[in-house]
Write a new protein. Structure first.
Length: 31
């Protein structure tokens, strides 16, 4: 089970959310 809590604003989330998720997935090898 993977939980990814987030508290991004609309602008910040659109700009950074996808790349941050990819980076964490690569680090944990669960992408």
């Amino acid at each position: 089970v993977l939980l990814v809590p987030s508290a991004f604003t609309k602008v910040t989330g659109e700009a950074h959310w996808e790349i941050l998720l990819r980076a964490r997935a690569i680090e944990t090898q669960c992408y």
